[in-house]
Design a protein around this ligand. Structure first.
Ligand code: B12
Length: 223
C-alpha cells in the first residue's frame, strides 16, 4: 500500500528500510534524531533523465536537478499527508536541503543521508564515487527519505560492490581529486562543481564522477 501511494504520486522507485539498519548513521543525523518514534524509512526516487549528460552545457542538467529537487520535496509532503490519512505519522527530511555542518566531524550533512537510506531500503549500492547505483537507472537518480512510525516489512538490501573489479575511473578523473576514500573531500568538490562564474546564474560546473562511471546508467535508461 505504501509503495502504491508513492508510485501513484509519481515516484519512479520506492524502497523500505527498517530502523535497525541505521546503526551506522552519525550522531545527530539518525532518523530518530528527527522522529523519535521512527520505525521505518521510506525512500522515494525519481529518474534523472540521462539526456542531460549528453549536452555541451550543464544548463539542462542544472534545470533538471533544481526541478527534481522541488518535485521530490512536494511529492514527499503529499506522501506524508496520505500516510497520515492512513493513520500513521510520516515526515519529510528534504531532497537537497536543509543541510548543516556536523560539528563533531566537520562534515556537511543532510538531515538524514538519502543515499545511505536508499541503500538500506534495497534500492541500490554505494560505489567508489560515493553515489548510489540502482539496477534500473544506475546513479542517475534523485533521492528523498521519509521517516514514519509505521512498522513495515523492509525490502532486502542489495549485496556486493557495484564497482567493476579494479575500476577507479571516478577517482582518476575527478578534476579536484576529491574521491578515493569513503569520505569524499566535500569542500574541494563544492568549490569546483558548485561555483558561479561572473555574469551568470548558478549552473553545475562538474558531474564527472557520475558520468564516467560504468554504472552511470541502468537497465531502464540505457539509450
Ligand atoms: C551535502 C551534499 C553534497 C556535498 C557533499 C557530498 C558528500 N558525498 O558528502 C557536495 C556539495 C560536495 C555534493 C556534491 C554532489 N552531489 Co550531493 N548531496 C549532498 C546532500 C545534501 C547531503 C549528503 C550528506 O549528508 N553527506 C554527508 C555524508 C553522507 O557523507 P560522509 O560524511 O562521507 O558520510 C560517511 C559516514 O558518516 C557514513 N554515513 C553518513 N551518513 C550515514 C547514514 C547511514 C545510514 C550509514 C550506515 C552511514 C552513514 O558513511 C559515509 C562514508 O563513510 C545529499 C542529499 C541528502 N539529503 O542526503 C546530496 C546528494 C548525495 N548529492 C547527490 C549528487 C548527485 C551530487 C553530485 C553528483 C552533484 C553534481 N555535481 O552533479 C555531486 C557528487 C559528489 C559525490 N561524488 O558525492 C545525490 C546523490 C544521488 C545518488 N545517485 O547517490 C544526493 C542524494 C541528492 C539527492 N537528493 O538525490 N553533494
Amino acid at each position: 500500500m505504501v509503495k502504491q501511494i508513492a508510485l501513484g504520486l509519481g515516484a519512479d522507485l520506492c524502497g523500505i528500510a527498517s530502523i535497525d539498519r541505521f546503526g551506522g548513521a552519525p550522531e545527530g543525523f539518525h532518523p530518530c534524531d528527527i522522529l523519535p518514534s521512527c520505525k521505518t524509512v521510506v525512500v522515494l526516487a525519481k529518474r534523472f533523465p540521462a539526456g542531460t549528460i549528453r549536452c555541451e552545457t550543464t544548463v539542462p542538467y542544472t534545470v533538471t536537478r533544481n526541478t527534481l529537487s522541488t518535485e521530490l520535496d512536494i511529492l514527499s509532503v503529499r506522501f506524508c499527508a496520505k500516510m497520515e490519512e492512513a493513520g500513521v505519522t510520516a515526515v519529510p527530511t528534504g531532497t537537497i536541503s536543509p543541510t548543516r555542518e556536523d560539528t563533531k566531524t566537520g562534515r556537511w550533512r543532510g538531515a538524514v543521508s538519502a543515499k545511505h537510506s536508499a541503500a538500506a531500503a534495497g534500492l541500490g549500492r554505494i560505489g567508489k564515487n560515493t553515489l548510489l547505483v540502482t539496477p534500473e537507472f544506475g546513479n542517475m537518480v534523485w533521492l528523498n527519505a521519509v521517516l514514519t512510525d509505521a512498522g513495515l516489512e523492509p525490502d532486502d538490501m542489495l549485496a556486493g560492490d557495484p564497482c567493476p573489479e579494479g575500476c577507479s575511473l571516478c577517482i582518476d578523473s575527478c578534476p579536484v581529486k576529491a574521491l578515493g576514500n569513503p569520505e569524499m573531500k566535500q569542500g574541494d568538490c563544492f568549490a569546483h562543481a558548485f561555483h558561479t562564474e561572473p555574469g551568470e546564474e548558478f549552473t553545475f560546473k562538474c558531474h564527472t564522477c557520475r558520468t564516467v562511471c560504468p554504472n552511470c546508467l541502468g537497465s531502464g535508461n540505457r539509450l
